[in-house]
Design a binder for this molecule. Structure first.
Ligand code: PBG
Length: 324
């Protein structure tokens, strides 16, 4: 059967019909808001390259956590920006470190909010790489203990989920063992499993002061040209004990998300990264696109490709327009 018997437009004629036949939905349940924690009190500084995004001191993280929970958003992911950095990223697992205090503040202000922490060294190292450096190589195996210690210290501070984003080999296994040994067998790992080298992280590195001082991250993050390799990364992290798999960035990787959805029956996350967000904001500021429609369309596309939930800087803006 074909035209004129078949008319695809029949089901697009009214909002009621469109609602009934809609295949993909976005709800508040699908959102995670990234938050940046800095030293000090009463600090709420705007990030220039990311309109609407701020860096908060711990006391302000508490306020923000409450606001996020009140909007019906289930989770935040915390990034820490320490006042001091060194070669081994000592701040990452410091007792009373920036992210540890932010976790405590968020959990005491909004106990029902799920607090995820990003586990990585790049915000804490003076060279800005995600692992320990010797000469001009980023060392894999010596980095694993640092990451494991960091994850444990986040769990100790009260993190509900830890999310390694460094792309070292074997880190999910190292973190799982360390969490279990430290008596945190119930803390899940959300692995940034397929994380690509991407120009779209630019504004984040501004916000987190984590641009590498030399070289780039191509020795550990994935080549954007590779699709099959992503599935292998996802599979390995699952075998190592990851509970949730993430693909990052999101919009440039919709094919990878779709593959991942087909291959793995675990929860799948996607990160709409800083550059994706800032690109939309910049075009909207110029009046070139409709901000709110473009945001919504981008998030629906990421869900349609296969993501169960999305880390997005637009979570607070979008939440009030979605069903609880
Ligand atoms: C830390 C990390 C980065 C992002 C999340 N975790 C930066 C990077 O890998 O350079 C990027 C997030 C974003 O761009 O919004 N390793």
């Amino acid at each position: 059967m074909t035209f004129p018997t078949v008319r695809m437009r029949r089901l697009r004629r009214s909002e009621g019909l469109r609602r009934l036949t809609r295949e993909t939905r976005l709800s508040r349940d699908d959102l995670v808001l990234p938050l940046f924690a800095v030293e000090g009190t009463g600090v709420r500084e705007a990030v220039a390259s990311m309109p609407g995004v701020h860096r908060f001191s711990a006391d302000q993280i508490a306020e923000e956590a409450k606001a996020v929970a009140d909007l019906g958003i289930p989770a935040v992911i915390l990034f820490g920006i320490p006042a001091e950095k060194d070669a081994r990223g000592s701040g990452a697992d410091a007792d009373g470190g920036i992210v540890q205090r932010a976790v405590e503040a968020a959990k005491s202000a909004a106990p029902e909010l799920c607090v995820i922490t990003d586990v990585c060294l790049c915000e804490y190292t003076d060279h800005g790489h995600c692992g320990l450096v010797s000469g001009d190589t980023v060392e894999n195996d010596p980095t694993l203990d640092r990451l494991a210690d960091t994850a444990v210290s986040h769990a100790r501070a009260g993190a509900d989920v830890v999310a390694p984003s460094d792309m070292m080999d074997g880190r999910v296994d190292a973190i799982r063992r360390a969490l279990d040994a430290a008596d945190f067998p119930d803390v899940p790992i959300l692995s940034y499993a397929a994380k690509y080298t991407s120009a779209f992280y630019g504004p984040f590195r501004d916000a987190a002061e984590s641009a590498p001082a030399f070289g780039d991250r191509r020795g550990y993050q994935m080549d954007p040209a590779n699709r099959r390799e992503a599935l292998r990364e996802l599979e390995l992290d699952l075998e190592e004990g990851a509970d949730i798999l993430m693909v990052k960035p999101a919009m440039p990787c919709l094919d990878v998300l779709a593959d991942a959805r087909r291959m793995f029956d675990v929860p799948l996350a996607a990160y709409q990264v800083s550059g994706e967000y800032s690109m939309l904001m910049a075009a909207a500021e110029r009046g070139w696109i409709d901000r709110s429609r473009a945001l919504m369309e981008s998030l629906i596309a990421i869900r349609r490709a296969g993501a169960d939930f999305i880390l997005t800087y637009a979570a607070k803006e979008i939440a009030p327009r979605l069903k609880p």
